[in-house]
Design a binder for this molecule. Structure first.
Ligand SMILES: Cc1ncc(COP(=O)(O)O)c(C=O)c1O
Length: 400
């Protein structure tokens, strides 16, 4: 046990996605040919016009000082325009806060709105950091469990029964990490109708995968009837524009909440990196053409991997409609044994077995709230995906 670590931090685990990626890197550094399908990271380079925005900012010499806490005003105006034109969301630039990625945006929000013991409803499976951040902010995550059979979508009854007097907020991502589920307008309207009766509950809509959506519509929760004044919308540049390393995200929030987030950010990071903001500005000004190209490439890979995974008889797979993950159910593998007689008791055991035997790294479902699933990211080259599926199939078939 780490004696210097705070009680608060001891309540949360290290991110398993990052831990698996680190393990894969360690194997590779020892010369083992590991195919990593564990990180949720585009395998594209940041488009040139976006990098040029950053280079021009450096060369101009005008962006070396602390930026405004909430971000440069022209960038916030651009985000406000994007929200209106693409998402039918009305956030004035004063309601927008640019931050160090959506992970940081969520941290800003949770620390700004939660009191000790406040409950936050989380659609489960969920992105690993939701529960950790809620816990760090002394809130209590309340999970609504779903499964592959209902496409990982909570029913209306489940949502209703998760609400209590302590419910402060609800958080979900669409398209969803880890399931790839896209919540349609119809799905979201059903949740809206329930939440309309609870005006004090804040909705946190994580839309970071907006541009990796293979359906014909991305619906923003805040655009639904009566929801604009109580929805916090998160978005960012990491996934759509292949900018994970730039650390750039943003929040659109109701006025009072935006003020609190501003206070929080001002006292913690001051603002987001000036040069990254100029790159983000260039990205938004140029439009979504590059994001669409990348999406089309993910779609091709999704279809390729779907075909391969479907042939692995012990896996139950659904067709994800967005993001770049598969989240197959592994119930038919749990309880099986490897050659040495070692039993696969959990998703974690399966991930370790596949790393050892197939030399592929996936992320166990435990940390996403689904111990009977495993996550595979298909943001990798087609040749790696084909080889990884082949190895995975071979290793899974060996289990008895
Ligand atoms: C659902 C979801 N939200 C937020 C993030 C964090 O994104 P960012 O790089 O902007 O911090 C991720 C990253 O994997 C994610 O999957």
């Amino acid at each position: 046990m780490n004696k210097t670590e705070s009680n608060r931090l001891q309540k949360v685990e290290e991110s398993s996605t990052l831990a698996m990626a680190a393990l894969a890197r360690e194997y590779r550094s020892k010369g083992v040919d590991v195919i990593s399908l564990s990180l949720g990271e585009p395998d594209f380079k940041t488009p040139t016009h976006i990098c040029d925005g950053a280079k021009e900012a450096i060369d101009s010499g005008n962006y070396f000082s602390y930026p405004p806490v909430a971000g440069y005003s022209d960038l916030r105006e651009e985000i406000s325009r994007k929200f209106i034109e693409e998402n039918k969301l009305k956030y004035d630039p004063s309601q927008i806060i640019v931050s160090n990625g959506v992970k940081h945006s969520i941290t800003n929000v949770m620390f700004s709105i939660l009191n000790k013991g406040d409950e936050v409803i989380v659609f489960s499976p969920f992105w690993v950091s939701y529960s950790a951040i809620i816990t760090l902010a002394e809130g209590v995550p309340i999970y609504i469990n779903t499964s592959i059979s209902n496409d990982f979508k909570p029913s209306e009854d489940q949502l209703k029964s998760a609400i209590t007097k302590k419910t402060k907020a609800i958080i979900f991502s669409s398209p969803c990490n880890p399931t790839g589920t896209v919540f349609s307008r119809e799905d979201l309207n059903k949740y809206r109708d329930i939440l309309a009766d609870y005006p004090d509950i804040v909705i946190i809509s994580d839309e970071i995968y907006e541009h990796i959506n293979f359906t014909n519509e991305h619906c923003s929760f805040g655009s639904l009837d009566g929801m604009s004044d109580r929805t916090i919308t998160m978005n960012g540049f990491s996934k759509a524009f292949a900018m994970t390393g730039w650390r750039l995200g943003y929040i659109g929030a109701p006025k009072e909440i935006a003020k609190s987030i501003n206070k929080m950010q001002g006292q913690t990071t001051s603002a987001n990196c000036s040069i990254a903001q100029r790159a983000g500005y260039a990205a938004l000004r140029a439009g979504n053409e590059c994001a669409i190209e990348m999406k089309n490439s993910y779609l091709k890979r999704r279809d390729l991997v779907f075909d391969k995974l479907n042939k692995i008889s012990k896996l139950k797979v659904n067709l994800p409609e967005g993001a770049f993950y598969f989240f197959p159910e592994i119930d038919n593998i749990i309880g099986k044994k490897d050659k040495k007689g070692v039993e696969i008791k959990s998703s974690n055991d399966l991930a370790m077995y596949l790393l050892e035997d197939a030399k592929i790294s996936l992320v166990p479902g435990e940390d996403f709230g689904a111990p009977n699933c495993i996550r595979l990211s298909y943001a990798a080259s087609e040749s790696d995906l084909i080889e990884a599926c082949k190895r995975m199939n071979r290793s899974i078939q060996k289990l008895n």
